[in-house]
Design a protein around this ligand. Structure first.
Ligand code: MF3
Ligand code: CO
Ligand code: CO
Length: 355
């Protein structure tokens, strides 16, 4: 997902940028700086400061021990060791942002395809889904997220595709693995999964010049009912959102249906990370907000974009670790996410990221 900065009501609107990516949602053609150096709005200022204040957050939430989360036996997530760069064979085409010196961040219009483009999107979507399903089979107590990265990386290159996250705005690994309170963009590392963890695995592949992007949250061993319910409701939010998509439907209907369902279960919807157009470009127009909003814009026939709601049990506010990627809830409460890439068809939407 890409990250929101600034207020969406400002005209001309500077809606979004994203953590280190090649894209920002601006209606001019002016390139933007990578997010970590860009400082346009109060939300972003908050996020910069929030890292500094993570100690304060612990005080506010009255944590005696940094490793213990309030009212939970679960330990809070800590960074592990990141393994060396995994190579990709030279004959596999890389997306343009890899090894590019230009800061990724040029606006690009919606992804609307002809028949050949649709076929390519179907192929990359299917591969992404197959890789995600395979990655899920590794989720067991004791396995490290780095081992999941290794398996994902190998399967993607074995299929002649490039793992889109690798080298994206400096992201060091081939997949995102987001455990427990990690909202998104977790970097695979030496941490072993523990019984009771939940883990989102977010796979994006670049096949024949087209990205397919999908994620799911998996259970590791015996997961408690509170976590299971969060994961279930998050999945339902994605399914409900997809069910209303069709040509001419307003994008804002997606935010409404997701927020309505989350509200019913008293879960929060993360606002600062959003869905996006996807296709030849990893993060393209439009911005897909998962919360209630009043943005303009309607879905177009043959358009592809992602929907990827992140729901939380407690605070919806993110903190970003010093690695500049890992996004966690400020109160350490659990977060879950599901994502599909969809194609707008004459009578609705086709889920491209299906096996
Ligand atoms: N797959 C993520 C998304 O849904 C983006 C990950 S970018 C990375 O948009 F660099 F963090 F991998
Ligand atoms: Co995405
Ligand atoms: Co994704």
């Amino acid at each position: 997902m890409v990250r929101m900065v600034g207020a969406s009501s400002i005209q001309p609107r500077i809606l979004c940028s994203f953590v280190g990516g090649d894209y920002s949602f601006i209606q001019s053609t002016r390139p933007l700086h990578p997010l970590f150096r860009y400082n346009p709005g109060s939300k972003h200022v908050f996020m910069q400061l929030s890292r500094t204040f993570s100690g304060l957050t612990n005080l506010l939430f009255n944590r005696r021990n940094l490793d213990e989360l309030p009212g939970s036996k679960r330990k809070s997530l800590r960074p592990g060791k990141v393994s060396p760069h995994r190579p990709v064979p030279d004959d596999i085409p890389q997306p343009p942002y890899v090894k590019s010196r230009k800061p990724p961040g040029i606006a690009s219009g919606p992804e609307v395809h002809n028949q050949k483009g649709i076929d390519c999107m179907r192929a990359s979507g299917r591969l992404a889904a197959q890789v995600l399903e395979y990655a899920g089979t590794f989720v067991k107590p004791g396995i490290t997220t780095d081992e999941i990265d290794q398996a994902v990386h190998q399967m993607i290159i074995d299929n002649g595709a490039y793992p889109s996250p690798l080298g994206y705005g400096g992201f060091p690994k081939s997949v995102c693995t987001s455990v427990n309170e990690c909202i998104c963009h977790g970097i695979p590392d030496s941490r072993a999964l523990e019984d009771g963890d939940i883990i989102n695995i977010d796979v994006t592949v670049y096949l024949n010049g087209y990205h397919g992007d999908t994620s799911a949250t998996f259970f590791c061993g015996d997961v408690d009912d509170e976590a299971k319910n969060l994961v279930q409701v998050t999945k339902e939010c994605l399914d409900k959102a997809i069910s209303i998509c069709a040509p001419g439907v307003e994008y804002k209907k997606i935010g409404k249906i997701i927020q309505d369902h989350a509200d019913r279960h008293r879960y929060g919807v993360v606002q600062q990370f959003v869905g996006h157009g996807v296709g030849r470009v990893f993060h393209a127009d439009p911005v897909i907000l998962h919360y209630r909003n009043n943005e303009r814009g309607r879905m177009m026939l043959n358009q592809t974009f992602t929907i990827e709601p992140m729901l939380t049990i407690g605070s919806i506010n993110p903190i970003i670790w010093d690695d500049n990627w890992t996004v966690v809830t400020e109160d350490g409460s659990l977060s879950a996410q599901f994502e599909h890439t969809i194609l707008i068809t004459p009578d609705g939407a086709e889920i491209l990221t299906q096996c």
